[in-house]
Ligand binder design. Sequence first.
Ligand SMILES: [Zn+2]
Length: 277
Amino acid sequence: MNKLLFGTAGIPWSTKPRNTIKGIKQVRKLNLDSMELEFVHSVNLNPKTALEANKTAKENGIVLTTHGQYYVNLNSLDLAKFEASKKHILDACRIANLAGSWSICYHMAYYGKDEKSHVSERVIGAVKEIVKKLEDEGINLWLRPETGGRITQWGELNELIELSLACENVLPCIDFAHHYSRSLGKVNTYEDFKNILEELEKKLGRKCLDNMHIHTEGIEFNKSGEKKHVNLNECNLNYKDLIKIWKEFKIKGIVTCESPNLEEDALLLKKNYEGKI
Ligand SMILES: [Zn+2]
């Protein structure tokens, strides 16, 4: 990536009719730069539509990313569910790849009753297997473990980094609202955000900061972390300092806005970043 791009998590609300192809064109009309394909409930594109999305995105200069299925758990003790989780990820990656998706992110696992280090070991083993299969099939996209918004979800910063170090073609998807919610509102200052980027640069190098996949949205939390996503002006996430840090570190890549109002907050972030508001 040669700059920081901004886009929506899914098809903008203002798209009519609301389908993937029209969504990509609408992102361009809105003066945004990227769109996340939402495979969260199912891989909802077939190979033909995926190729069409790929073509439309290229024609409109839009970068596509993908959010993988919610229903995976690479720490499931049920062997059938564990195997199915790996298959779900592979299935999604194949279609995302046909769509030309630059990156695909996942909430990889839940801790359950296990030690955190043990969960990481299992996740690393499974992701290594997945990455090897993708490589054998010639599929080339960033596979991204995302910050878990709840304290029961695997996906602290150090866990994302550990997995990225262990596997090729893996880098974190940093969801700043999730860092805020899983810390019960503590990670919310200029210094906190700076620490995250410094840690990423120290452990994963400049390559990571030049290829960031970020999620940012408003969020409500309770004692176990994320409750629900809300719009940025409905919560106290300190997004202005966050943007300041993005600029200071000259990060590149994609910021996907997961607020319920999608394009409105995506534009709010982009305009703030460009100093237009
Ligand atoms: Zn997210």
